[in-house]
Design a protein around this ligand. Sequence first.
Ligand SMILES: Cc1cc2nc3c(=O)[nH]c(=O)nc-3n(C[C@H](O)[C@H](O)[C@H](O)COP(=O)(O)OP(=O)(O)OC[C@H]3O[C@@H](n4cnc5c(N)ncnc54)[C@H](O)[C@@H]3O)c2cc1C
Length: 389
Amino acid sequence: MQVNSNISFQDTATAFAHKTDKDLGRARLLFRSFDYPILLKWGPALAKIAVSLGFKFVIKDTIFKQFCGGENINDCVTAIDGLSHSGIGTILDYSVEGEESEAVFKHTAAEIKKTIDMAKGNADIPFAVFKVTGIIDSHVLEKKSANTQLSPSEEILWDNGSKRFFDICEHAKHSNVRLFIDAEESWIQEAIDRLAEDAINQFNTEKAIIYNTVQLYRHDRLAYLKKQIAETSAFLGFKLVRGAYMEKERARAAEKGYQDPIQPNKASTDNDYDAAVTVCLENHDKVSVCIGTHNENSSMLGVQLLEKQNLQPNDKKVYFSQLLGMSDHISFNLSHSKYNVAKYVPYGPVTAVIPYLTRRAQENSSVAGQMGRELALIDSEITRRKNAK
Ligand SMILES: Cc1cc2nc3c(=O)[nH]c(=O)nc-3n(C[C@H](O)[C@H](O)[C@H](O)COP(=O)(O)OP(=O)(O)OC[C@H]3O[C@@H](n4cnc5c(N)ncnc54)[C@H](O)[C@@H]3O)c2cc1C
């Protein structure tokens, strides 16, 4: 796509300049493997067995290497330095999913604070991020979202969890590190929004430190975004995403018989996403925005709107963001043209990040209708390099 005279997302030479021929060959093999339904179905179970039998390196040298920064925060230094070399920032994402207990929540909160410490004063790490379900019991969040009375033991869980939440936000404020609060399922999002709004009012007094996330695959979120902009006096920060839980949302709404919170089709999601990008940039004085997407048109819209508003590509209130190992054609070409880009760099023990890796495999399979783009770009760069020799 060649919309802007300076940027082409088809420029694979820039997109993959950081990859050796060997890296590209390995990535090609990996993306091709996602098209085998049998591997997609049994991959997660096989991965766990492989790790338990001492074959962790099989996962670590393949899918883990493509999408994760390492098993712990210090391992991520190589990924941070590699991205920084191309002018791209890192957002350290502690991606452990699984057990919900107070001990695990405490440990996760401490780890999130470590990512803030690592980002403090470090231009290579422009944001920190966390998921509220990593530190607060999801059943309690669900009850809070539905305004259901909590039992005394649930009240304690809520008090402990919300203390952890504000402690993390306060730590970000004192460290001067911008902090994303990820968006999650609609039935717990109400409670997450209330926490995020309170934190925004408390900590965004001089500039946007706390960013809430808006999922535009929900048909009510553009209105939510506009209302927040109209009614909040503090500075606002938003990460805009389409949303990751569509099938789960639709299935639950159908099962429980309430209105589907998701847009009727992809075009409506795209329209609202692009409208949200426009609204945020039109309110640039008050709103900082992270355009979190792998969609070329929405990314290009961000570029065009920056121009239209007479803002510099590297305006500090506007970022583009993609996940590590995905859409390098967007990240590296934007960064090459001096736009602010940061990649989510997930990390955690191999077995604990298997659910995250499974989602990456699924969304890059032909089952998800995505097959082709990453692979086609890799193929085209391999061919370009062969022809250039
Ligand atoms: C930096 C970053 C941070 C993210 N943070 C979050 C987060 O906090 N919370 C979260 O939920 N997700 C998050 N995501 C994931 C994101 O929500 C999307 O799932 C993913 O990025 C794919 O959407 P896209 O905009 O990249 O591109 P596209 O490939 O253009 O869009 C795919 C998306 O469109 C929507 N869609 C597809 N089909 C339909 C349909 N039939 N009807 C309606 N909508 C449809 C779905 O949301 C789907 O994921 C994040 C992604 C990035 C890159």
